[in-house]
Design a protein around this ligand. Structure first.
Ligand SMILES: [Fe+2]
Ligand SMILES: [Fe+2]
Length: 188
């Protein structure tokens, strides 16, 4: 079964046992969730908003509806925050939360392995994002987009946004049901 971040359309059935008991409709909006879980979901929302904003800005650049230097400043700022904050967020998940959650819910061990693989895959996509963003920023500074850097970056950004959203959805659908089942207090 192919469960790669780039090609899957959701979690495999074997990883949906707890999600069937605690469906997204029961926790969407934060009702009944502890403060830590709500904070964590808000980080995911921030990543979606930030990547969505960079995508919107980039579409406007490609269609000639954005002022290039202003676009470049926004890309440098938002892109830097996205990469830095995602790196930090993922580090805390890997080192702290996922090992504890996997111990709490051994039935979902394969789910945490899948999320680990996602993190490695996202590292690669973020490296491509940074490379293409820097290429675009250089071209903007030199005053010429002759190499199609804007369209290339728009494609890179669309891919990153799709993979990131896939990861965030599936991660939420593994992690939140575990916290609903065992309670935030069990994180110790
Ligand atoms: Fe993650
Ligand atoms: Fe996360």
């Amino acid at each position: 079964m192919d469960d790669a971040l780039e090609t899957r359309n959701g979690l495999p059935d074997a990883l949906r046992v707890l999600l069937d008991k605690h469906p997204r409709s029961a926790w969407q909006g934060g009702a009944g969730l502890g403060g830590l879980t709500q904070f964590w979901l808000e980080r995911h929302l921030m990543f979606r908003q930030l990547s969505g904003q960079i995508s919107e800005d980039t579409k406007a650049l490609v269609t000639g509806d954005a002022e290039p230097l202003e676009y470049g400043q926004r890309l440098a700022r938002f892109g830097g925050v996205l990469v830095q904050q995602l790196h930090e967020h993922r580090g805390v998940e890997d080192a702290h939360y996922f090992p504890m959650l996997a111990r709490l819910e051994p039935r979902l061990a394969a789910g945490f392995d899948l999320l680990d693989r996602d993190h490695v895959a996202l590292d690669g996509h973020l490296a491509t994002f940074a490379e293409d963003a820097n290429g675009l920023l250089k071209a903007l500074q030199s005053g010429a987009l002759s190499g199609g850097e804007d369209e290339r970056f728009a494609e890179t950004m669309a891919r990153l946004e799709r993979f990131l959203d896939r990861h965030l959805i599936d991660e939420e659908e593994i992690v939140v049901p575990v916290l609903m089942e065992h309670g935030e207090g069990s994180l110790g």
